[in-house]
Write a protein that binds this ligand. Structure first.
Ligand SMILES: *Cc1c(COP(=O)(O)O)cnc(C)c1O
Length: 392
């Protein structure tokens, strides 16, 4: 039965699995290839602070966050690590960057200008290390051409306080191996680096690629020789693999994927039951109609917790080790499950929405496939109001 202390719906995070996944990724890349642990968006919904602590224990030194505000929070637990702001920053974020020694990633001259202004305002005279992003084909952000790079580098020459410590790019389809756009992107990366090397800029780190890249030896080798050619250390930036979500290659037989363990489970408990006679309906808009005498279990979780409403009448959860379908529309805070075929289901029973129970499992991939998205969105969607509980 339900203990009076347990929250109605909760997330369990297995830090030992996270550590296992870290070691697995670590083992597939060469020893001299660094890893940036991507903890964006609160570690894809897993809780960045706890995840950071756990992988620091395994030796992780570099971390990626979405924004300077996330970096500021992470600094509490990451006192010596390097924190790169991967997604975006603006003028309002310069204090976070400077106070917390975050590494901004820049691609526009205005970003250099606002960092210089913030340093001046504080009378800061020691160098501010930063990374420059190149757009090698994603078409989203990054320096797109050697001409644009020259303009940016002129800004740096005018403001010697800024120091280019690293260069990076991001791949648009690292899971597609035929045709392999990543190969072209690596070539483009090499071309774009030209003006930087000609100006004698000493690049210490070159980073690119995500979880998928780490598992493709040819990509890692190509990046490694590019890094060597400019005297830089290579780093790859895995995210999803650390959380136990393997990349899905378009040609899976070409890649030998080691086992990764899902880190996050989403759980709740049965609150009550309702009973329908044949022909009765349940939930908003009568989208579930009983085709037989039906027993429905009510669970205190809904789309306001991050359980997608698109799972209505589509996905399954696990109760008493059996898969049971969602019945009717998922509402804001409440959801129904059809437990007609699980007569032993009782009030207080634990229900697994994501995770494993009694030999059955529902993965974030299963949910993503049911609603047409990716596991990252499924875990990121779980709201802060759902407590994260650590377990082994
Ligand atoms: C999110 C992100 C990653 C990690 O991607 P995964 O597919 O989760 O491994 C790596 N690099 C950048 C720049 C990212 O934004």
């Amino acid at each position: 039965m339900q203990s009076s202390f347990s929250p109605p719906t909760w997330v369990e995070i297995s830090l030992s699995r996270l550590q296992e996944n870290w070691k697995t990724v670590r083992a597939v890349v060469p020893c001299d290839c660094g890893l940036v642990a991507v903890l964006k968006a609160d570690a894809y919904g897993h809780g960045a602070l706890d995840c950071c602590r756990a992988i620091q224990e395994c030796g992780a030194k570099w971390f990626g966050v979405s924004t300077p505000a996330e970096g500021r929070r992470l600094r509490e637990v990451c006192t010596d690590g390097k924190i790169i702001v991967l997604s975006h920053f603006g003028e309002q974020d310069c204090d976070d960057i400077l106070d917390c020694d975050l590494i901004p990633k820049i691609w526009e001259p205005w970003q250099a200008d606002c960092l210089v202004a913030a340093c001046r305002q504080r009378g800061r005279s020691d160098k501010l290390p930063l990374h420059v992003e190149f757009d090698t084909g994603l078409g989203r952000q990054g320096v797109p051409s050697t001409a644009a790079l020259n303009v940016l580098l002129d800004c740096f020459q005018a403001s010697p306080i800024l120091q280019i410590e690293g260069v990076m790019t991001h791949f648009y389809a690292p899971e597609a191996l035929r045709p392999d756009g990543t190969v072209q992107q690596i070539h483009r990366f090499a071309e774009l680096l030209g003006p930087m090397l000609r100006r004698g800029i000493n690049v210490r780190y070159l980073h690119a690629g995500n979880s998928a890249t780490a598992f493709v030896p040819a990509h890692v080798e190509a990046l490694q020789s590019l890094a060597k050619s400019c005297g830089a250390a290579l780093m790859i930036r895995p995210g999803m693999a650390l959380y136990g979500h393997p990349p899905r290659f378009s040609t899976p037989m070409m890649i030998d994927l080691p086992q990764l363990l899902p880190v996050l489970s989403l759980k709740t408990r049965v609150m009550s039951f309702s009973h329908l006679v044949t022909g009765e309906t349940a939930g908003y808009e009568m989208t579930f109609r009983a085709s037989r005498p039906t027993r429905l279990a009510l669970v205190p979780v809904g789309y306001a917790d991050g359980l997608s409403r698109l799972l209505s009448n589509r996905g399954v959860a696990i109760i008493r080790g059996q898969k049971v379908p969602y019945a009717g529309r998922i509402s804001m805070d409440l959801t129904l499950l059809d437990v007609t075929e699980t007569p032993s289901a009782s009030v207080g029973d634990e229900v697994t929405l994501i995770g494993e129970q009694g030999g059955e499992s529902v993965s974030a991939y299963d949910i993503a496939d049911a609603i047409g998205t990716i596991p990252d969105e499924v875990t990121c969607a779980i709201r802060a109001r759902v407590p994260r509980i650590l377990r082994n």
